[in-house]
Design a binder for this molecule. Structure first.
Ligand code: GDP
Length: 195
């Protein structure tokens, strides 16, 4: 995949109607701070297209990026921010579930998990929801550069076991510093879009 154009086309809040897109959609989910904005900026070759969420108050929105006029990259709200109030915490679930349930163009979902940590209760719930709605989530293990090479296989196994993932679930280690894993993600996007 070569990125020729990217445009943030639609931003949906909790009460917004979701767009009736014609192009296919591919969604990215993960808890806040997992590295989702960095990953999206990395694969889109932009420095600050997706907002990095160091700011706690970041609004919970679903953002639709039109890529190459070929598909939408859908940035789902980051969940599980520890200091978010209860109302905000309840919102992400509703929004993501509604989207997974109602999008007619959603072709694939990526779930991001920090390679250093075992999946959280929210991560597990997210994975289960995705499966419930008929998707086979592709896992991206983020922040690969933060662990030693010798730890990688052990951590990937911990993620697989923690999520109770299927045997054939794809897990791609990724670093937004070195961009390791990016080619694999491009290849997957190509194959999803050619199905
Ligand atoms: P988001 O909340 O999921 O969008 O996460 P961000 O992309 O904002 O990243 C959260 C923090 O982790 C930021 O300080 C990033 O610079 C850092 N970060 C994200 N990805 C990586 C990575 O692959 N390696 C390292 N070392 N830091 C990362």
């Amino acid at each position: 995949m070569v990125i020729k154009s990217v445009q943030l086309e639609t931003v949906c809040g909790i009460t917004s109607k979701l767009p009736d897109n014609i192009l296919p959609e591919i969604a990215f989910a993960g808890k806040s701070n997992v590295g989702k904005s960095s990953l999206i900026n990395g694969i889109m070759n932009r420095k600050s297209l997706a907002r990095t969420s160091s700011q706690p108050g970041k609004t919970q929105t679903i953002n639709f990026y039109n890529v190459n006029e070929v598909f939408y990259l859908v940035d789902l709200p980051g969940y599980g921010y520890a200091k978010a109030n209860q109302e905000v915490k309840a919102q992400w679930g509703k929004m993501i579930e509604r989207y997974l349930h109602s999008s007619k163009q959603l072709k694939a979902v990526f779930l991001l998990i920090d390679i250093r940590h075992d999946p959280s209760a929210n991560d597990k719930q997210m994975y289960q929801w995705m499966r419930h709605y008929g998707f086979d989530p592709i896992i991206i293990a983020t922040k690969l550069d933060k662990i030693n090479r010798s730890q990688i296989q052990k951590q990937l196994k911990a993620i697989r076991v923690g999520l109770e993932a299927q045997k054939d679930t794809i897990i791609i280690p990724y670093s937004s510093l070195s961009k390791q894993g990016r080619e694999e993600i491009y290849d997957l996007l190509d194959s999803i879009l050619s199905e």
